[in-house]
Design a protein around this ligand. Structure first.
Ligand SMILES: [Zn+2]
Ligand SMILES: [Zn+2]
Length: 140
């Protein structure tokens, strides 16, 4: 990671914010909301954190996913690519599964409907084991 460029002023500050944001994500902090990330970096302005995340996403280094109704969470693209999220609609549990789980469905949708599945931007919503069991016990 090069920080030795001769840029000055806002550009250099932006670069520093990007570096700090990336450091946190590399340290295994993600998935994390932009707001929580900003709270961990009091020396970086909140708007700089958002900008840094946007730039890092454009560069393909960082990716975000929507786990529910709340704000998106960010993590390193490399880590995000490897997993998919199944979020329980009842208790909010985030069940993280290997991305390959959706491969057969992806192939089938593309073959039969020409539809290209993108299961990495939004979590798949349903019920976790415990909540599914509880619902079954009290049908209706
Ligand atoms: Zn649940
Ligand atoms: Zn999004």
């Amino acid at each position: 990671m090069s920080t030795g460029d001769s840029a000055s002023g806002p550009v250099r500050r932006a670069g520093r914010a990007r570096g700090r944001v990336l450091d946190e994500l590399v340290a295994g902090l993600g998935p994390i909301t932009a707001e929580d990330l900003a709270a961990r970096l009091p020396e970086v302005h909140v708007s700089s954190v958002y900008r840094a995340l946007a730039v890092l996403e454009e560069e393909g280094v960082v990716a975000h996913v929507h786990l529910g109704h709340g704000p998106a969470v960010y993590q390193l693209a490399e880590e995000a690519d490897a997993v998919r999220h199944l979020v329980c609609d009842v208790c909010g549990l985030d069940v993280v599964v290997p991305s390959g789980v959706f491969s057969p469905l992806r192939r089938r949708l593309e073959r039969d409907y020409g539809f290209v599945l993108d299961a990495d931007h939004f979590a798949v919503v349903g019920r976790c084991v415990a909540c599914a069991r509880a619902t079954r016990r009290h049908p209706g």
